[in-house]
Design a protein around this ligand. Structure first.
Ligand code: ATP
Length: 501
């Protein structure tokens, strides 16, 4: 028996290394050996994340008359999670290896019988990844060779562990040990983190860390309707932490146990053309991703065929991550399931009076739901570039200026010329009032440029003797092209303002 080995991923390794080296992202609790599924955002990571959230909020809330913002609590009445169905059914199937004590998501763990001349010689297993078919075939070939089997290898038809016949559980090798006989049958595992609220401790005090921000929106829908001046169609947007006790957090910040979401519930009439509105939202989300620098060729669509009973449609915008194409942004048409559930469980009315239609109804929703951390990883992936400048290798992050941690760096050409440093510092102080600006006075200018390239600063401004002795112009260097041109301070502000919208 054997297992196919997961391959290493050079691009992912390079991104993770750069994130640590430059202070974007650290493993949580690193000084204690780390804590699986949790991450800390360092000085540059926190800027990147904040810029992503600010851009989303500006475009989805401030620049739209039909969307209001909200910030609800992370811990809410557990009754909310009963009504929403999370207590009963927010689970993933898991499988345990009794020998290694490792735990896997059963629907992300694949296996296949290996057949030679139609006879099963054993089973291979593999954890989901973009190249698993090829890896599984290689593992089957190896099993045949090692066992000295002659004849034709049958096709490898991978199935996930939830589709295994109970008679196969004993035959499928554990991904941890490579040996069969140690895997449990799949069983459901609720992903909500439990906690206790208050000083008394009995089962009635159990509460949950929210696994999504969306329910906070539904729980406040009545408040927003009653206190605002909203009319159908309208949306409520929220950015905030969500927690899921993922069975196998993986791929760096792609799937973690603590993450942030940016969600909108867009309320529409039950009689509206929901398909058209859903499509409009998909297009709006895609355009927004393009506007902050994700290239179109790395984006895709995944139209769900299997839907929850209340859902009418769901399309994911996918992204080509280094480990394969995966969901980035889910856009679901969810009927009026959530509000109806809350109306029933809370006993509070959830109808809205539609002035235009002169009717009362519980609105339906379209729900675009995006993970901040997942988007951050997509932006890191798209931005990561290696090229050569003057015969020297460089790595740079081609962040869109809106999301770049620093917008501009100010560099006096020489550190030991007080008049240069003073003039440069004056410009730095002015820029700093408007943009996150980096000051770097020491080291060779080429090395200072490289440092800024690597953290994705779109422009460097160098102050040299021409600045102080001639016309006051500064050298503006472009990160991507490395081109330099002389500009006035006024031109500098105009360029920066225009690029940051
Ligand atoms: P998956 O199938 O990947 O577990 P999901 O379909 O359950 O995800 P949703 O509940 O639709 O995910 O969550 C909405 C968005 O929140 C996702 O598109 C993703 O961007 C983000 N997200 C969900 N789970 C995680 C996680 N564990 N870590 C980081 N981001 C997440």
């Amino acid at each position: 028996m054997s297992k196919a080995k997961a391959s290493s991923n050079p691009l992912m390794d390079a991104i993770v290394a750069l994130c640590k080296r430059r202070g974007f992202i650290f493993q949580s609790s690193e000084i204690y050996g780390g804590y699986n599924g949790f991450f800390d955002f360092g000085p540059l990571g926190v800027e990147l994340k904040k810029n992503i959230k600010d851009a989303w909020w500006k475009d989805m809330v401030h620049r739209r008359a039909d969307i209001e913002g909200l910030d609800s609590s992370i811990i809410m009445s557990p009754k909310i999670w009963v009504a929403s169905g999370h207590v009963g059914g927010f689970s993933d199937p898991m499988v345990d290896c009794k020998v290694s004590k490792m735990r896997y998501r059963a629907d992300q763990f694949f296996f296949a019988p290996v057949r030679v001349n139609n006879e099963t010689i054993g089973y291979i297993s593999i954890l989901e990844d973009g190249k698993m078919q090829a890896e599984a075939e290689a593992a089957a070939e190896k099993m045949k060779r090692k066992g000295g089997h002659q004849g034709e290898l049958g096709p490898i038809e991978l199935k996930d562990y939830t589709e295994a016949d109970p008679s196969e559980y004993e035959l499928i090798p554990s991904p941890a040990t490579g040996e069969p006989g140690s895997l449990t049958p799949p069983r459901e595992f609720n992903l909500m983190f439990e906690t206790k609220v208050g000083a008394l401790s009995d089962s009635s005090d159990v509460a949950y860390l929210r696994p999504e921000t969306a329910q906070g929106i539904f729980a406040n829908y009545r408040n927003v309707v009653d206190t605002g001046r909203v009319k159908i169609p309208f949306g409520i947007a929220q950015i905030g932490k969500a927690f899921r006790n993922e069975i196998t957090p993986k791929n760096f910040i792609f799937r973690s146990r603590e993450f942030e979401q940016m969600e909108i519930e867009y309320f529409i009439s039950p009689e509206a053309d929901w398909e058209a509105i859903h499509q409009d939202w998909i297009a709006c989300c895609q355009n927004w991703l393009l506007s902050i620098g994700l290239p179109e060729e790395m984006l895709g669509r995944d139209v769900h065929e299997k839907l929850a009973h209340y859902a009418r449609a769901c399309t994911d915008i996918t992204f080509e991550f280094p480990f394969g194409k995966q969901e980035l942004w889910g856009i679901a048409a969810r009927s009026n399931f959530d509000l109806t559930q809350h109306a029933e469980h809370s006993g509070k009315p959830m109808e809205i009076f539609d002035e235009a239609a002169k009717k009362k109804y519980i609105p339906h929703v379209i729900e675009p739901s995006l993970g901040v951390d997942r988007l951050l990883l997509a932006l890191l992936t798209a931005a990561y570039t290696e090229d050569e400048v003057g015969g020297e290798k460089r790595s740079l992050m081609k962040f869109h200026p809106r999301i770049a941690p620093y917008k501009v760096a100010v560099l006096p050409l020489l550190k030991n010329k007080p008049e240069l440093v003073e003039r440069a510092h004056g410009i730095y102080e002015k820029l700093q009032k408007r943009y996150n600006t980096f000051w770097d006075a020491s080291g060779a200018i080429g090395r200072r440029y490289r440092r800024m390239d690597e953290i994705g600063t779109p422009w460097c401004v160098t102050i040299d003797f021409d600045t102080i002795e001639k016309d006051g112009t500064v050298t503006l260097r472009d990160r991507d092209t490395t081109e330099q041109k002389r500009v006035t301070e006024e031109e500098l502000y105009t360029l920066l303002d225009a690029s940051l919208h």
